[in-house]
Design a protein around this ligand. Structure first.
Ligand code: ADP
Ligand code: MG
Length: 243
């Protein structure tokens, strides 16, 4: 952020400035995010870790424009989120952000390929005649091209998460946000999914992943630890030096 103009700096995927998110509760206010400042550059692969209740999901939902902050500003993937209407946010998100969740959230009555085509139908950026081909290519890319015509329930958990990642890539977003994407997978499958994220990052995508994986630091370039809605550590891996 350029402090003088308040505009986001080029090359910066995410700029969070003094963001507070408070929820009303019967016991008073719950401050889920407490005066958060966070900058993430284009092409970074960042893990957000911390105990349950530390604010990880709230931060991700704020970055995705799913939630609005109580105060503060978020510049994400070229947009000042506070300046967008709900429909503007939905259109922005559909184009610039790929979302991946713990429980996959595939639509059970659609085939895997149809699930991947849904964001394309919504954003209308990919011509209609190219959508099925693109869905198949994305499913190939994540390693489950042979599952395209099946219903999600017939896939393993790891395959469903790969399908969800293909769906997140539907409109070729520069930013991927994933909330505990390995939380419902066995450790071997979880490693494979994290390797896929690493490959997608190597292709130039900015990735922010909330995770409980203990050995995430060997994969990501930066690990941020939250506690009570604040950053308590923010560690960058030394470039090119293996753990
Ligand atoms: P994490 O993902 O790290 O487990 P969350 O972001 O889900 O943490 O939650 C952070 C804090 O905010 C917790 O104290 C949680 O109870 C509270 N919280 C989250 N969502 C809501 C909500 N919709 N209403 C009230 N409190 C909430
Ligand atoms: Mg959470």
């Amino acid at each position: 952020m350029n402090a003088a103009t308040g505009t986001p700096t080029a090359g910066r995927a995410i700029q969070v400035s003094d963001v507070v998110k408070a929820y009303p509760s019967s016991a008073g206010e719950v401050v889920a995010v407490d005066h958060l400042d966070l900058g993430i550059d284009d092409g970074e692969f960042v893990a957000i870790v911390g105990r349950s209740g530390s604010g990880k999901t709230t931060v991700l939902n704020l970055l995705a424009g799913i939630d609005r902050p109580t105060s503060g500003t978020l510049h994400v993937a070229g947009a000042d989120l506070g300046s967008l209407s709900e429909s503007g946010l939905a259109a922005w998100r559909g184009r610039y952000v790929g979302l991946v969740f713990q429980f996959f959230q595939l639509l059970p009555t659609l085939t895997v390929a149809e699930n991947v085509m849904l964001p394309m139908d919504f954003a209308k950026r990919i011509p209609q005649g190219e959508r099925l081909d693109r869905a198949r290519r994305l499913l190939d890319r994540v390693g489950i091209g042979d599952q395209a015509g099946k219903l999600p329930a017939t896939l393993s958990g790891g395959q469903q998460q790969r399908a969800a990642i293909a769906r997140a890539l539907a409109n070729d977003p520069p930013l991927l946000l994933a909330d505990e994407p390995t939380g419902n997978l066995d450790s071997h499958t979880a490693d494979a999914v994290l390797d896929l994220f690493a490959d997608l990052n190597a292709e130039g995508r900015t990735i922010v992943v909330v995770t409980h994986e203990r050995d995430i630091r060997s994969i990501v370039g930066r690990e941020i630890t939250l506690r009570d809605g604040r950053i308590v550590t923010d560690e960058t891996a030394p470039a090119g030096v293996p753990e």
